[in-house]
Design a protein around this ligand. Structure first.
Ligand code: AMP
Length: 847
């Protein structure tokens, strides 16, 4: 013991008693431990050197650490107290590493062995060294990547030799710092035995860590697809779905002695493959072993070996086959869906216009920009998600796609404001969209209905509370998303005016508002337009603007359009216009209370039933309407329907309805009829009479009827008279609309039908004939039989066949002649007056 220790001890004993270990200086320790010959002998008689090399300590990572801070168990009485120094407790400073070590195979083994009184498992100093401990980045450190295999080899001799021989060891020896060494696979302090690891963990976390790295594969010119192709293989798929027996990388490539496939010693060298595969597939032949494991079917080229070429072609053939087969199936079903939807609409008695062209266009742009915004937005927020992958890995595309869609959405919003302010339809839209006290009552009433407390639903106007909520939510969402989006886009400008945190708040709002909007669209809007069983598979108003008239009358019964745009009369815009022009309280045109029938029984015949039967009338109006084509019979029939409640039964409509049915449902006679119609000729009497006879139920209907276009010949008139006689259903009268022939030709040539609302518009006399329906904005078209060549044939046919009818009915005292000159309201006025007078003279229910 040195003199200094004695002095220190003496001072300590005299003064404060014992010196704390931390106060012992390194020089005090080195006084003894600087002596190379200082040793101790343990109970087993093994001699240990107690020499501490001061130079080594000074160059170590612990140069600034005192001896006493590691050997904290020693006191100033050492060594006179004859207490041997305990092993250093590294966890006092390296707590995290110590905890990790405790869970490692080494730590666990040590705990088990210490309990058994043995100390054989490695501890810190076995890997890090003692006094000369160096940072692992220094080439002299035993932990330096190039030295680690040797360090581990102190205990794991065989494994160490294998690693050094492997491609990894060779690369390390060549100074490639990225090459893996023991700790890259087994981890550092928390050293794991990989023996029992799952196939997935080995392939994904151990080998995949480097071999899926684009940086390493590019830097060392390694094949980029090894991990991807492994996971696409049967082995990889089995591993992903939890198999613990599936082959992993090590099963084929080996564990520590991993060699290149070109090395004859490698387990994957061509001639060794049979044995390697045979480990799991007993009896594997050389042919079996030839199969490639890492096959990228998508990247395979037509120029590889035979197997690859065949694979290439098979893949392409299948892709083509899938496109053709599924494409045809989809086209078939889309056409079928279209047909069925049209037939259903027909059965339901036609459609009414719900969205005009401009509204549909706005909805389309809004929907498109919304979808792009949602996809690109979530891809920006979650760049590793499948949505981002769907859009490709280019962040620029996501960013600019999002911004462009955002600008389009905002411009649509601006356009919509203009539409609402500047157009009549826009103003009517916003007026009908305004929340009202009735909406609050509707919510309460509907809540009662939905919970079974009320029997009926509230009646709704053009827009119910659900639609209003949706509309205003879109307005709100567009403003919020637009404002926050612009703040995030122009952050520099924003922070000019607002604090930096405003951008963070805007980002949070932008994200959560997007989530809210997307969920609201799916849960609220999609229910209304897709999942509601009454509209499934789609409310097609967004496509062609039309909704089934009957559905509309049920859902929005308080809307004018629902009342007037009923199935029974698709040409309602004229009637609506008339109603608005005339004073509703005026008795000039007495519009009686009626219930719209959908004419399904008339239009479709057979088993078809009208969904709503007309209200039985005390004196059912049973009229035949006569008049040359173009006199406005159809229009008058519609108006008379509103006056009397009787259904407008047109034989022409039967043929037109049949045109939208699938050809298989058409009889040969019906198919022939189309040919006569196209030529403007009359369909043979037997065909027409058969159709009408089949629909005798409509003639029995207590709501009455307005026969339009039938009878057209004396033979048909006689057949009708016979039918009615048998049924004891006398005609009320026959109205003959009269108009000079020149006026008729001019009217017909200028007559256009709206492809959407079916309303009639006369374009004659206008210099630039309008193409757009003035009622709904739909496209105007000319009926085939209104073309000049067909008109001539029709007029001739009328003259020859129908004119004799006038005489036929005059002789029977049924004829009422009405001039068809002037506006529809005037003609209706005349008709109503004539019929009223006739009723007074001879009640309708009397013979
Ligand atoms: P409409 O709409 O009444 O002008 O009828 C259109 C076409 O259907 C006519 O040009 C005829 O080809 C056919 N058609 C309708 N009703 C009859 C009928 N009673 N007799 C013969 N052909 C008819």
């Amino acid at each position: 013991m040195g003199i200094r220790v004695i002095i220190t001890l003496a001072v300590g004993l005299l003064g404060t008693g014992c010196l704390a270990a931390s106060e012992i200086k390194n020089s005090d320790c080195l006084d003894c431990h600087g002596d190379k010959s200082l040793t101790s002998t343990n109970a087993a008689g093994v001699v240990h050197s107690l020499f501490a090399d001061a130079a080594l300590l000074a160059g170590s990572a612990h140069a600034k650490t005192t001896c006493a801070s590691c050997h904290a168990d020693l006191t100033a009485k050492h060594p006179d107290d004859n207490v041997a120094a305990q092993p250093v407790n590294c966890s006092r400073c390296h707590e995290k590493e110590s905890l990790s070590y405790g869970t490692s195979v080494h730590g666990q083994a040590r705990i088990a062995r210490v309990r058994n009184g043995a100390h054989a498992a490695p501890q810190c100093i076995d890997c890090h060294g003692t006094h000369g401990m160096l940072a692992p980045g220094l080439a002299a450190s035993p932990l330096y990547p190039g030295n680690l295999a040797k360090t581990c080899g102190q205990c794991h001799e065989g494994e160490s030799r294998d690693v050094m021989e492997s491609v990894h060891g060779q690369a390390l020896a060549a100074g490639r710092r990225d090459a893996p060494t023991c700790s890259d696979c087994h981890s550092e302090h928390k050293i794991r035995a990989l023996k029992n690891s799952s196939s997935l963990a080995i392939s994904q976390d151990t080998c995949g860590k480097c071999h899926a790295s684009e940086r390493l594969n590019t830097k060392y010119n390694l094949p980029a697809d090894r991990v991807k192709t492994f996971f696409a293989s049967y082995h990889g798929l089995a591993a992903q779905y939890g198999s613990t027996r599936a082959a992993n990388c090590a099963s084929c490539h080996g564990v520590h002695r991993i060699l290149a496939s070109t090395d004859p010693r490698s387990t994957i060298y061509m001639t060794n493959l049979t044995a390697t595969c045979g480990k799991c597939h007993p009896g594997a032949s050389a042919k079996f072993a030839q199969g490639k494991v890492h096959v990228d079917v998508a990247a395979a080229t037509a120029g590889g070996n035979l197997g690859e070429r065949i694979n290439w072609w098979v893949r392409r053939l299948y892709l083509g086959l899938i496109c053709v087969v599924i494409g045809l199936m989809a086209a078939h079903n889309a056409l079928m869906l279209g047909r069925k939807a049209a037939a259903r609409a027909q059965r339901q008695g036609g459609t009414v216009l719900r969205m005009d062209f401009s509204q549909r266009a706005q909805h389309f742009v809004l929907a498109l920009s919304f979808i792009i915004l949602a996809l690109t937005g979530f891809a920006l927020k979650f760049p590793d998600s499948w949505i981002a992958m769907l859009l490709g890995s280019d962040e620029g595309i996501r960013r600019w796609g999002h911004r462009i869609a955002g600008v389009v959405l905002l411009l649509t919003g601006v356009y919509h404001v203009g539409y609402v302010l500047a157009t009549r339809r826009g103003r009517s839209l916003i007026k009908d969209m305004m929340p009202s006290a009735k909406d609050v009552r509707d919510v309460a009433d509907n809540a009662r209905y939905l919970t079974g407390l009320a029997r009926t639903r509230p009646k709704l106007g053009r827009f119910g509370y659900a639609e209003k909520m949706e509309y205003w939510a879109v307005v709100w969402g567009t403003v919020i998303m637009g404002a926050t989006g612009l703040m995030i886009w122009f952050k520099l400008g924003t922070t000019h005016w607002l604090p930096r945190w405003s951008i963070d708040v805007a980002t949070t709002v932008h994200y959560y508002e997007a989530v809210l909007a997307c969920l609201a669209i799916v849960v609220w809007h999609f229910y209304d337009v897709i999942f509601d069983p009454d509209v499934y598979p789609l409310n097609r108003a967004c496509l062609d603007g039309q909704v089934p008239a009957q559905w509309y009358a049920n859902e929005h019964s308080l809307d004018d359009h629902a009342a007037n745009g009923s199935a029974a009369q698709p040409q309602s815009p004229l009637f609506i216009a008339m109603k608005r022009k005339t004073n509703p309280s005026s008795t000039t045109i007495p519009v009686i209370k009626f219930q719209a029938g959908d004419r399904a029984a008339w239009l479709l015949g057979g088993d078809a039933q009208c969904s709503t039967l007309p209200v039985p009338a005390k004196e059912p109006c049973r009229l035949v309407l006569l008049g040359a084509p173009g006199v406005g019979k159809g229009t008058q029939a519609d108006l008379l329907h509103y006056w009397s409640g009787a259904c407008h039964l047109s034989t022409g409509d039967i043929f037109r309805a049949a045109k939208s049915l699938p050809p298989a449902e058409l009889s040969p006679a019906m198919k022939d009829a189309f040919g006569y119609m196209a030529r403007g000729e009359l369909v043979p009497d037997e065909t027409v009479v058969a159709l009408v006879s089949e629909r005798i139920g409509c003639l029995r209907c207590l709501g009455g009827y307005l026969l339009d276009g039938f009878p057209r010949t004396v033979a048909q008139a006689e057949s009708l008279a016979e039918l009615l006689r048998k049924e004891n259903l006398p005609l009320t009268g026959v109205i003959d609309y009269e108009l000079p022939i020149e006026t008729i030709v001019e009217r017909l040539a200028g007559r256009r039908v709206c492809s959407s609302c079916k309303g009639i518009t006369n374009v004659s006399g206008k210099t630039a004939a309008p193409q757009i329906c003035p009622h709904c904005g739909g496209k105007l078209i000319q009926r085939e039989d209104d073309r000049p060549e067909a008109i001539r044939v029709r007029m001739e046919a009328y003259r020859r066949s129908t004119e004799p009818l006038i005489e036929f009915y005059r002789q029977r005292g049924l004829l009422v002649s009405i001039s068809a000159e002037g506006a529809p309201e005037e003609i209706l006025q005349r008709t109503v007056e004539a019929l009223t007078q006739r009723r007074q003279e001879r009640p309708f229910n009397k013979h």
